[in-house]
Ligand binder design. Structure first.
Ligand code: MSP
Length: 489
């Protein structure tokens, strides 16, 4: 990851408030939290931005349906997002709401500059619009005349709008993506975006006449700003408003597949227009697209009734176990499936029997043999323990995996170390004392295991911060408390 004077800027999408936080939102937000904690441990200054997307027809309709004013409705749901992130121990730097006055003002300023630079013009939009996607759609986006994601027919729209000259910026964007100056990862996401650009894209409408719940265009109050333009600009307005521009541009926008194209095409285009073409140091450095997951093989949806509230998982497993389970269901970056049964199994196998049991074993062995924590003073003597730690850090390349967002692989390396320590205990049996020599040998093995456990705690800090702290505490006091009580399902 490249950086500016030790500063790193990481973002999640800002989530629509038409529904409360679910497991999909939690997945993306948690991944950025892990990276933030990882880079902060390395001494970097990280700005982690998340928030809620509150304007547009979709939110307006949801508020009406709930019998609330749009603002009252947004206040309520947005605070539930904040609460969910608090419960999941997410350490964001700032939580933006697009209804924040200072955001609205900066968005209006940004668009005024685009207009002054000649990038906006008036035109007529006649076509279809999917409110669920908040996007103008064409026939080729539809299946049997319906939006495949929202299973509804798009609205026919014919209205005067302001348009953004996207088309003329496409060759530049294509070149920047092809040369990885804007890095899109994984590779298949990059190919998907390039494929769309090569097919050709028309200029886009950036305002709406018949949507009242939005930011008014400063020079034409009969129009509100298209919700996606308003939303994408959140990444910029926050740094502007809080004098944090030294973090600009974003090192990483983490997104799901559904919103990849907005981030890889419309977003750089808006910035190129604002900062003048060629200003590549003002563009996001990386956009990473993680996979979409299903629940027990089905799309997560209100209609099916399988939407998972992260708060319920926290109640069942605890905070850190939920964080672990969520990130290890399938490789990060791939599509995958979350199976509730597998969450239970994994809790018991990896956490209760794995990490929890190893911690209890090592702490108990140390206490029984009267070995105090001297982790800062002693060096590892056993070749096997040394090897196991080196393997976790080097062979599996913990840091490189994490920096490339192979989050599950980085965790896998830690679990290999846990497995290796268990094996060392099983083969060395450091409790069997026959003579003075074996007593000394046992002592060394246990000291080494304590060091390995400390290492495990260090590596786990970004993923399971409270557990890492508890393990370090237990090493210090010599008192063993179960970390993950076995659950009977
Ligand atoms: N408001 C827009 C984003 C604007 S960003 C400038 C939006 N919001 S959303 O509430 O629909 O959130 C979409 C994002 O939530 C996805 O891109 C992804 O990060 C996350 N996920 C939602 N459902 C998901 C899954 N089933 N699986 C994985 N991630 C999911 O789009």
């Amino acid at each position: 990851m490249t950086e500016k004077n030790n500063k790193i800027y990481l973002t999640t999408p800002i989530y629509y408030v038409n529904s409360v936080a679910h497991l999909g939102h939690a997945y993306t937000t948690l991944a950025i939290d892990v990276l933030t904690r990882y880079y902060r441990e390395l001494g970097k200054d990280v700005f982690f931005l998340t928030g809620t997307d509150e304007h547009g027809a979709k939110i307006f309709e949801a508020a009406q349906k709930a019998g609330k004013t749009p603002q009252g409705f947004c206040d309520e749901v947005s605070s539930l997002f904040k609460k969910a992130w608090g419960n999941l121990n997410i350490g964001y730097s700032y939580f933006i709401r697009t209804t924040d006055k200072n955001h609205e003002e900066k968005v209006a300023e940004f668009l005024t500059i685009l207009k002054d630079k000649g990038f906006l013009y008036e035109g007529e939009y006649a076509g279809k619009y999917c409110v669920g996607c908040e996007k103008f759609v064409t026939e080729k986006d539809l299946v049997d005349g319906k939006c495949p994601d929202h299973k509804c027919e798009p609205q026919d729209v014919a209205e005067e709008n302001w348009f953004f000259k996207l088309r003329q910026l496409l060759p530049k964007i294509q070149e920047l993506i092809e040369s990885d100056k804007i890095l899109i990862r994984p590779e298949n996401a990059k190919s998907e975006v390039l494929g769309v650009i090569k097919q050709g894209i028309d200029d886009i409408s950036i305002s709406r006449k018949n949507v009242s719940w939005g930011i008014k265009l400063p020079w034409d109050e009969s129009q509100t700003i298209y919700v996606w333009v308003d939303a994408l600009l959140n990444y910029w307005t926050v740094l502007q408003n809080f004098n944090k521009t030294e973090f600009w541009p974003a090192d990483l926008h983490l997104v799901g597949r559904d919103i990849l194209k907005f981030h890889c095409i419309m977003w750089p285009a808006l910035l190129l227009a604002y900062y003048k073409e060629g200003a590549i140091d003002q563009l996001p450095k990386q956009i990473f697209c993680h996979g979409y997951f299903t629940i027990d093989g089905q799309k997560m949806s209100k209609t099916i009734g399988n939407v998972i509230d992260p708060n319920n998982l926290i109640k069942k497993y605890g905070i850190d176990a939920t964080r672990y389970l969520l990130l290890t269901q399938f490789p990060f970056g791939n599509d995958g499936d979350v199976s509730l049964g597998r969450l239970d199994e994994k809790y018991n196998s990896d956490l209760a029997s794995g990490l929890g049991n190893l911690t209890a074993r090592v702490i108990t062995l140390a206490r029984k043999s009267n070995i105090k924590n001297q982790t800062s003073k002693i060096k590892i003597k056993s070749q096997k323990v040394k090897q196991a730690i080196l393997e976790a850090k080097n062979k599996h390349n913990f840091s490189l995996a994490l920096e490339n967002l192979k989050i599950d692989e980085a965790l896998g390396a830690v679990w290999e170390l846990i497995g290796a320590c268990d094996k060392i205990i099983d083969t060395e049996k450091p409790w069997e004392v026959t003579d003075q020599k074996s007593k000394i040998k046992n002592q060394k093995v246990i000291e080494d295991l304590l060091l390995a456990l400390q290492e495990i705690a260090e590596l786990l800090k970004p993923f399971m911060p409270q557990t890492a702290e508890k393990i370090t505490g237990q090493i210090k006091t010599g008192k063993s408390e179960p970390l993950f009580p076995r659950l009977n399902f």
